[in-house]
Design a binder for this molecule. Structure first.
Ligand code: ADE
Length: 237
């Protein structure tokens, strides 16, 4: 059996990530030995009194900054290796709103490469910049907005990549025809309907009950194209 893809998440609040143990694609992938996700405490190896992790910013200003010595101690204490060596062995991802944006193409690449990954979740004003420069191998944002911390970003990323692992989704779910898939030319998914055929006068398009598979496929394609065209262009909005 191959080794599971290791994703370690360093956070000040490891218990927040317990959702990852419950949610289906991740749990399936874990139980099938495809994925090994761990939530680890950034404080655990703090060399400071009271396991302090942050400090006031040089130059003044609001908020607190996560210290580089604390981050290095957390990683070196857990992995038993220097940060320099760790960067050669693992992808070390720092979550920040300013990083390159995570998208479906990045998720596909990660799921294909399955490089052992360490994710650093910031809080407060974020990390001392030396973490960006000397500890992380890359930065990632999940979108152009500021979260109160990286934990929900980490869960979003892990959920997205886990469901791409072979066997993580149940038989009834499919990656083939979903939004952003190649089958839909990267566009939006077509609408789905189920029983009842009519509810409060709201009906299901007749073609879906016609039994004509070619016509249904053509209708779905057209609906997908129409919905994609209706999406605002991120370049101009
Ligand atoms: N931390 C705060 N905001 C974030 C974002 N948009 N993406 C990733 N990490 C973040």
């Amino acid at each position: 059996m191959s080794i599971p893809w290791s994703i370690d998440v360093f956070t000040l609040f490891p218990h927040w990530l317990s959702w990852l143990e419950e949610v289906r694609p991740i749990r399936n992938a874990t139980e099938d030995g495809l994925l090994d996700v761990r939530a680890l405490d950034l404080r655990e190896h703090s060399p400071l009194k009271h396991r302090q992790v942050d400090d006031t910013p040089y130059g003044g200003g609001a908020g607190m900054v996560l210290r580089v010595d604390v981050v290095a101690a957390a990683l070196e204490g857990h992995y038993g290796t220097s940060v320099e060596q760790l960067r050669e062995r693992r992808r070390v991802v720092l979550l920040t709103p300013a990083g390159p944006q995570f998208d479906d193409a990045m998720a596909n690449r990660w799921a294909e490469e399955q490089q052992p990954t360490t994710i650093l979740c910031g809080r407060y004003e974020g990390f001392d910049h030396r973490v960006h420069e000397h500890v992380a191998t890359e930065e990632v944002s999940i979108g152009p907005y500021v979260l109160s911390g990286g934990e929900t970003a980490a869960m979003t990323i892990i959920d997205t990549v886990a469901r791409k692992l072979p066997g993580a989704l149940g038989n009834h779910e499919s990656l083939v025809d979903e939004t952003f898939s190649d089958a839909l030319d990267g566009g939006s998914e077509y609408p789905h309907y189920t029983r009842p055929a009519e509810f409060r006068g709201w009906t299901v398009p007749e073609i879906l009950s016609s039994g004509n598979h070619a016509a249904i496929a053509a209708w779905r394609r057209e609906q997908s194209q129409r919905r994609t065209a209706a999406q605002p262009d991120p370049e101009t909005t």
